[in-house]
Design a protein around this ligand. Structure first.
Ligand code: EPS
Length: 390
């Protein structure tokens, strides 16, 4: 079973991730992992923190001579900002530490602050926000990059693009090649494949900047070249659609998820929604009339591209703060503001890719298993033969 965990706080020493269950023999490129971390840091609307950090992985176990060795992989990503927080967040209490705290007593509507304080019996939201922060997603992206590396061995690619910012929507489908070239860009604006739409998205973000507000949006993750039959229809918790939905909604600020054209489908007649089935005799292959199901039927991959969309609410830390209550005085007060991003939809797309990659790598290993990449490959090739001669 492939599993991962993250630890680390936004202004602590570092972020940590462990990934257990990858087969031995997968070639690992630190350049690729770091490039993925770089992609997560980009986008028009990112805040001051991204000017401080240059995220880079340090792998401390599980990879030797550029290959996985089967043992748990442990990753560390340094927080450069930690040097500004060593006195405010010491591990060991020392004399005078109390005065150096940076308490947050005016919870931000929409953030974890208030619920977390009530739950953990804190009267200062500092510890809650330190862990709830989307800084944690740096560790997810590092793990996701390893999952992508594993899947790439079998020709599977996972990329994303931004299809909505505020009220602006991309009105067409993007081709896989467009996502590939988007991912290779060295400058990221809003991660949209269409220049005119992206310009309108930028205007929306500018408006948020001008008014001390924030902007949400929608990203789409596409998983390309998957074999049919990952996941299963037989039990609720093996259904791949459910597992992908959980992975996407677990991301900070994501409030909704859509697989395929779910919202459109709910408003249309059934005859217009299902992807008709055809057979190409020459290629001896089943083909489909469309991909409205987003590559998943009955909780299994059907061989078409997986399409998963995440709906991101606007970030809850506002420069022009909303009404709240001071936890100490219980008097009305404006919510806390230190600094924040204005829009993070392109970064969320990269995180979404990582979450999808991790879930698909899990499903892949459930089906094909293997302690070494050679063993996984043999099992995979055997299944491919079976599918071909079906
Ligand atoms: C983030 C780092 C954070 C925020 C953001 C994501 O840094 P800081 O809190 O020091 O500004 O920029 O986190 C949030 C949006 C949030 O609500 O906590 C990052 O590395 O992505």
């Amino acid at each position: 079973m492939l599993r991962f965990e993250t630890a680390g706080e936004s202004h602590g020493q570092c972020l940590v991730a462990t990934l257990t269950g990858l087969p031995a023999g997968i070639p690992v490129s630190l350049d690729f992992l770091n490039r993925e971390l770089w992609r997560r840091q980009q986008g028009y609307g990112r805040g001051g923190r991204m000017k401080i950090e240059t995220d880079r992985v340090e792998i401390v176990s599980g990879v030797r001579h550029s290959k996985t060795i089967g043992s748990p992989i442990a990753i560390i990503i340094e927080n450069k900002d930690w040097k500004n927080w060593t006195e405010a967040l010491p591990v060991e209490d020392v004399d005078g530490a109390e005065d150096k705290r940076k308490p947050v007593t005016r919870p931000r509507p929409g953030h974890a602050d208030l619920a977390g304080c009530i739950k953990y019996n804190f009267h200062d939201a500092r510890y809650v926000l330190e862990r709830a922060s989307a800084r944690e997603t740096t560790a997810r992206v590092a793990v996701g990059a390893l999952a992508k590396t594993f899947l790439a061995e079998f020709g599977v690619g996972i990329l994303s693009h931004v299809i909505g910012v505020g009220g602006v929507r991309l009105e067409r489908q993007a081709a896989w090649e467009e996502l590939v070239s988007l991912s290779q860009r060295d400058e990221v604006t809003l991660g949209c494949v269409d220049a005119d739409t992206e310009a309108k998205m930028k205007e929306f973000v500018d408006q948020a900047y001008r008014t001390g507000d924030t902007a949400g949006g929608v990203f789409e993750v596409v998983a390309h070249n998957l074999p049919p039959g990952l996941g299963s229809h037989i039990t609720w918790d093996t259904r791949l659609d459910g597992r992908l939905a959980q992975a996407i909604v677990s991301m900070q600020a994501v409030k909704g998820v859509e697989i395929g054209f779910a919202a459109e489908g709910a408003a249309a007649f059934g005859s217009r929604v299902q992807d008709t089935i055809h057979y190409n005799r020459e290629e001896r292959q089943f083909t489909r009339g469309a991909n409205r199901a987003g590559g998943l039927e009955g909780g299994m991959t059907n061989g078409q591209d997986i399409l998963v969309r995440g709906f991101l609410k606007p970030i809850s830390t506002l420069r022009r703060p909303l009404e709240s209550v001071d936890l100490a005085t219980r008097e009305p007060a404006l919510a806390a503001y230190e600094r924040s991003d204005v829009c993070v939809v392109p970064a969320a797309g990269v995180i979404g890719e990582s979450m999808v990659a991790i879930v698909l790598a899990q499903a892949f290993l459930e089906k094909f298993g293997g302690d070494s990449i050679e063993e996984t490959r043999r099992n995979f090739e055997g299944y491919k033969e079976q599918v071909k001669s079906f």
